[in-house]
Write a protein that binds this ligand. Sequence first.
Ligand SMILES: Nc1ncnc2c1ncn2[C@@H]1O[C@H](COP(=O)(O)OP(=O)(O)OP(=O)(O)O)[C@@H](O)[C@H]1O
Length: 396
Amino acid sequence: MPRQPGRVYVLGRDDGTDRTEGADRGDCADLRDSAHRDGDRLPHTARIGSFLARDGSAGAPVGVDLDRPHAGVVFGKRGTGKSYTLGVLAEELADAGGVAPVVVDPMGVFAGLEAAGGRTVDPAVRPASIPPSAWPNLLGLAPASGPGTLVWQVVADAVDDGSGEATDRNAASGTTPSPSLAALREAVDAADAPAETRRAAANHLRLAASWGVFDADAPPVASLAADGDPAVLDLAGVPDAAAAAVVRAVARGLYDARIAGDLSRLPWLLVDEAHAFFDGVADPALRTLLTRGRAPGVSLVCATQRPAALPSVAVSQSDLLVSHRLTAARDVERLAAAEATYLAGDLASRLPEGVGEALVVDDATETAHTVRIRERRTPHEGESPRASRLSDPEPH
Ligand SMILES: Nc1ncnc2c1ncn2[C@@H]1O[C@H](COP(=O)(O)OP(=O)(O)OP(=O)(O)O)[C@@H](O)[C@H]1O
């Protein structure tokens, strides 16, 4: 049965209805049919592009389910369209009801989402949103060292208001008061510890203050997702450790806010350059979203040009995999983790070549499709400069 133009083929939807209507036997003959709905009656569908026929022509529109939470990955070597694809998803989320996109933007390429009602946010998180046990690593101190132990203890004392009721959950979602870094430094200075230990701990806290991301009065994380307009966390130029702290605070804060009932929308955290966040303090929070995010309704989509640098759980827990072109063998191998038994054959051999083209593997409907991602409605700022597009210099 050919796909019907004007109808949207919805990936990621697994509610047991209408799953065979309109499936294209040519593109996925070895796969089970997928959901296929009328786009006009699908307010919770992200229209990300269209099927790519073997002759290169565009087929029926393709959507991604936004009704339920999902975990996804977007792969592709440099310049193949990963950030662009995340931007398309953010635009669709901006238009959909009941959801809220929050974009982690390490390269500063998502400011164009302001044209979709979005806002670019200078990242600010409360010190208390990082649990005491994570502070030594955040500051580059060994947890068992004198200064590491002192920082851990000082933060633990400062976030416990004496009632014994300060929980990590409240702290992460920003609903309990937080000490400032200056207050933590004062506590270090006043601690009963050798002068050298106090000095080292204070110096590391001073360095953290210079990152400019910690603010005891930062708004609760849930405010990023309160109105549903895209919130872009501009991390360009922010040191790696500080960016990781922000991602941890935001990922965990959204999760905790949903559990606490402080956030009515379903947040979607879109993380560009995600490999950078899986080896530092952000790692546990991202893993929490991958493994437990769907129950409270928090979605996570991780984009990376280095799939091999993501933990295997990122792929195994994802129900949506979008892969642009990959060439490095170790990155292609990561795709193998997505090759469930229903996917006969080699995914790598099905990766399309062109920029903006992708193989989309949909776990819910057990299908894989070649898709051309649609053009952005808002400006994309990730384009590499091209010498050929510069005006000719004056002849010497
Ligand atoms: N779906 C698309 N439609 C039209 N043009 C696209 C599409 N996807 C990507 N492009 C073009 O390709 C360029 C590179 O895309 P993008 O910045 O998303 O690459 P990337 O994979 O994120 O690269 P990097 O790893 O360097 O960040 C874009 O600036 C845009 O011009």
